[in-house]
Design a protein around this ligand. Sequence first.
Ligand code: PMP
Length: 431
Amino acid sequence: MMLENSKYLFDRAQKFIPGGVNSPARAFKSVGGTPVFFDKAKGSILTDVDGKDYIDYVGSWGPMILGHAYEPVIKAVQETAAHSTSFGAPTEIEVEMAELVKRMVPGVDKIRMVNSGTEACMSAIRVARGYTGRDKIIKFEGNYHGHGDSFLIKAGSGALTLGSPSSPGVTKGTAKDTLVADYNDLHSVKELLNTHKDEVAAIIVEPVAGNMGCIPPAPGFLNGLRDLCDAHDTVLIFDEVMTGFRVAKGGAQERYGVTTDLVTYGKIIGAGLPVGAFGGKKAVMDVVSPVGPVYQAGTLSGNPLAMAAGFALLSELQDKPVHYDQLEEKTTYLFNGLKKVFDKWDVPVHINRVGSMISVFFTDEEVVNYQTANTTDKELFRDFFHEMLQRGIYLPPSPFESWFLANSLTQDMIDKTVAAADKSIEAALES
Ligand code: PMP
């Protein structure tokens, strides 16, 4: 495969950037080989620095729900940039953005903008701790909430892919306040809440897990968490950094009919610019500085470029809910095509899908949590991934990530993807 310019750039990058990348999930560590360096993209087509095109199933890990270089977003960024890139003072677009989120997610009374999903999750647990006066949190094995110290205990995503789910550098003091339960297992949550009575400030959960591959919540799981939080005066936090504005206009809260106390956002909310946000019930959010005593701040938070981009994308999603129906149809079409191909080759497979999030697990087992996700055949995924890449299909470079579909995908592109999967799995099985 022609990857000369990517190879050249990767050699240069490795000299001065750890591992040659600014975020480990893009490093191709678990699949091996050279990460593809990209030059440009339009809709669902990526073009690398060697001029080769790919159909994109990463979508910048979520934000590109309507495709790359989406005209209204580009226009909003260009027009806003001409007026200044930052004031460090309030602007009208921040007000409009907060009002728009409120319209899309009725349970969010107040929202604070930050610069990444990590910041959103770090801030949300500080708020929950300040609100309840308790120290401990419960998270789930294989869920990822960014690289804040409290979350790098049995974490998912790059931390899982790179074999470092519990990171060195997190102090014992911090680690002891993070309790870990099993995803989709209410019993494990109950046990922790009973053992640590009146000590748990928050339960934080990916309402659809995406960072150990896509794993839907079992029926009753999210409602069960809501009930347990009510019974224990614990704050329920949905980390909707992946699912927000994706699995439905109002995210997982809408899709599963569960209202949380706090919610965190990232990715789509900034349309590909660095944005995150946390929000929720007024009573909880009112502990945030300057109304309340819980300090949280950011020089570039609510940045005009990021707000303009996010507002343009969210407005389109708010005005045309048909995008969600189309994404659902396209993802089902891909699901059916892939299932047929893997069945034809007699490959043990479970394909999980929620809305436009989908993952292929090469395993006989139904994938419902970290343990079952881990039964996927990693070598087969690695070979399949490279075969697909060679055929111009860009998948997440790890068996433990969700694929994100964009509504810019056409039926023809999905047909090409399924045809490539047919050839790729044949070749992967032979190698
Ligand atoms: N939470 C979830 C569910 C995520 O998927 C991610 C990132 N993949 C984060 C938090 C962290 O977001 P960021 O990378 O923007 O810091």
